[in-house]
Design a binder for this molecule. Structure first.
Ligand code: COA
Length: 186
């Protein structure tokens, strides 16, 4: 497997690697630990309940990756899958991407997501020459907006009641960073 290490607090051994359909069983076991924590904050199709659902998620990303589109990568802490990051959107033709993320509760508060997203931003801007990256979150998702801020993104706008969970509609924040801003800050 191709993986890179994530630099976070001392004593934390974390890795970032592509998540692929053959890892559906591991992804489903992780989803058991993460599901209720992430449910209010991520798209419903990502919150799966069995191995077939987990495989469908990973296959969707694998198909998109094969077309140089979206990508999903897992974060492992001491060898255990605890979350990940993804290009929810990746469009080299127009030079834009959108980053998303999730963690199971036990892995929060260590800087894993910020470090993993920095890796994605470096890939998008320095390796692929994209121009801008976006981050969208529910306006009341303070941990998510804190990551966007840590990545040097600017809050560019609020889409009113654009995020539906059950019968409720929530505002969506749109954060963004241009390549020149991100490379200058890193
Ligand atoms: C959003 C989510 C991924 C953020 O997780 P997180 O742990 O807060 O983010 P990071 O991994 O970047 O860690 C940052 C935290 O680690 C701390 N930290 C420790 N070492 C750090 C380091 N080297 N670098 C950065 N932060 C560090 C920070 O202070 C911060 O903790 P605090 O908020 O308690 O002060 C997580 O809350 C989650 O999975 N939520 C549910 C799903 C979700 O909302 N997904 C996003 C949808 S838009």
């Amino acid at each position: 497997m191709f993986e890179s290490s994530l630099t976070v607090a001392s004593g934390t051994v974390a890795t970032l690697a592509s998540l692929e359909p053959w890892q559906a069983e591991e992804f489903a076991a992780h989803m058991e630990r993460a599901r209720e924590h992430i449910r209010p904050w991520v798209g419903p199709s990502f919150v799966t309940t069995d191995i077939a659902g987990a495989r469908a998620t990973l296959q969707r990303y694998a198909d998109a990756t094969a077309r140089d589109g979206n990508r999903i990568l897992g974060i492992r802490l001491d060898g255990v899958l605890v979350g990940g990051v993804m290009f929810v959107d990746f469009n080299s033709a127009v030079g834009t991407c959108e980053i998303g993320c999730w963690l199971e509760p036990s892995a929060e508060g260590r800087g894993l997501i910020t470090a993993a997203c920095r890796t994605l931003l470096r890939y998008a801007f320095e390796e692929r020459g994209l121009h801008r990256a976006e981050w969208r979150c529910r306006a009341d998702n303070l941990r998510s907006s804190a990551v966007a801020q840590r990545l040097g993104m600017a809050l560019e706008g609020v889409l009113r009641e654009a995020w539906k969970v059950g019968d409720m509609f929530y505002d969506t924040q749109v954060w963004g960073v241009r390549a020149d801003e991100s490379i200058r800050a890193s």
